[in-house]
Structures are given as structure tokens and as C-alpha cells.
Design a protein around this ligand. Structure first.
Ligand code: PEP
Ligand code: MN
Length: 222
């Protein structure tokens, strides 16, 4: 898969990998709807130390199994320099979370691996209606400043599943090379980020609605 070409990259999957059954169910569904990269967290950066922290190594194996079975690349977050070697063994794309985007030691460490890196950025303003702020102007600005593909994450930007479709569409229209979207088979029971997760049905509907927008900006979605 080429990220940054005419074909849009759609990273989809649950916020956290919870079990093989959960990950397989979601992965099969998002693939059927046209996603081309699987996402899922094995190491989770949580605001509370009492929240679910991820299945760690077991989560990586679950994700790897699904990637192999469905013949799809997998993208997962690496939180710490000490885990880089392990995560690099399983992941096709390593994610650096927004909380770590200026953790230079970690950036240097992942930079030594022969793997693509998804570097996340999250900004906030004084607006409280959304979890973060979706900075749509960052898309053309980043494209001018760098040669790298830009992926939009409407799930973490808004924090609310209802707002995800509108922002996803806006991002593609603004020139994003792809999307990262959280999908869960049962959002109300999700171990993390359930409120912003689309059901597989809602994800499928969104992919269909995105198709004409992709075409309008000379990109291919499905
Ligand atoms: C995630 O992708 O689940 C995640 C933790 O993202 P962010 O770093 O943007 O909060
Ligand atoms: Mn998440």
C-alpha cells in the first residue's frame, strides 16, 4: 500500500485491542467497507493510571494475526523507547501518539527502524464542545512544508462519533492523504474511546459518503 498516492489510506480499527475475537470482528468489518490499514492500540497512553492500559505484547500478537489473515498492514502505537524493538517486530507502521510527538528520544529511536511512522498531533483551544480541535488548515500548510503524506484523525479530534463523518469529509476535501478512524463492534462497552468510535455500520455508511468527495479531489477511496 502506498500512503500519499492517488488512493486514500484508511486506517481503521478499535482504539484498544481487547481480545482476538473483538479485533478480528472489527478488522473484517472495516476491510469489507474499504479500509486498507488496520489500527489498534496495544500500549495505551491513558490519562488515568486506573484505566485499561492495553494488552501490550499480547495485543501486538492479536493484531499481527489479523493482519496476516486479512493481508492488511497494521499500525500501532509505541509509547516508550524500551518497547520500540518489540513493536517494530510486529507493526508495519508505528504510531507516535500526540502526547509523545515531541518526545525526541522516542522519535530518534523509531527513526532508526526501517518502518514508516505515523506522527500524531493534537491541538486544543478554549472550545469545550470537542475533545481536541480539528485544525483543517494544518492539512494544506503541512503539505506545503513537507513532502510527507498527511492523515486526518476525526475520531480523536472530535471525541464524539456523531461529528466524525463531517470532519472526515472535510479533511479529504482539504487534501488529506487518508484518515484514521476508530471503529468498535460495541462502542458502549469499549475499553477506551467508545464515545468517539463508529460502529461497523456507521463506518460503512461513511465510506460510501466519502467516495464522491474523494473523486471530486481526484483521489480514489474504494
Ligand atoms: C489513539 O490513536 O488511540 C491515540 C491514543 O491517539 P492520540 O495520541 O491522538 O491521543
Ligand atoms: Mn483512541
Amino acid at each position: 500500500i502506498t500512503v500519499g498516492g492517488k488512493q486514500l489510506a484508511v486506517f481503521a480499527g478499535p482504539c484498544a485491542i481487547e481480545s482476538q475475537e473483538q479485533f478480528t470482528t472489527v478488522s473484517k468489518a472495516v476491510k469489507a467497507s474499504g479500509a486498507n490499514i488496520l489500527r489498534g492500540g496495544a500500549f495505551k497512553p491513558r490519562s488515568s493510571p486506573y484505566s485499561f492500559q492495553g494488552l501490550e505484547g499480547d495485543g501486538l500478537k492479536i493484531m499481527y494475526n489479523s493482519g496476516q489473515e486479512l493481508n492488511m498492514p497494521i499500525c500501532t502505537e509505541v509509547l516508550d523507547t524500551r518497547d520500540v524493538e518489540l513493536v517494530a517486530k510486529y507493526a508495519d507502521i508505528m504510531q507516535i501518539g500526540a502526547r509523545n510527538m515531541q518526545n525526541f528520544k522516542l522519535l530518534r529511536e523509531v527513526g532508526k527502524c526501517d518502518k514508516p511512522i505515523l506522527l500524531k498531533r493534537g491541538i486544543r483551544t478554549y472550545e469545550t464542545a470537542t475533545r481536541n480541535t480539528f485544525d483543517i488548515s494544518a492539512i494544506p500548510v503541512s503539505k506545503e512544508l513537507s513532502h510527507l503524506p498527511i492523515i486526518a484523525d476525526p475520531s480523536h479530534a472530535t471525541g464524539t462519533y456523531k461529528y466524525v463523518p463531517a470532519i472526515a469529509k472535510g479533511a479529504i476535501a482539504a487534501g488529506a492523504d487518508g484518515l484514521m478512524i476508530e471503529v468498535h463492534n460495541c462502542p458502549e462497552k469499549a475499553a477506551s474511546d467508545g464515545a468517539q468510535s463508529l460502529t461497523p455500520e456507521k463506518f460503512d455508511k461513511l465510506m460510501k459518503e466519502l467516495d464522491p468527495i474523494a473523486k471530486a479531489v481526484n483521489k480514489i477511496l474504494l
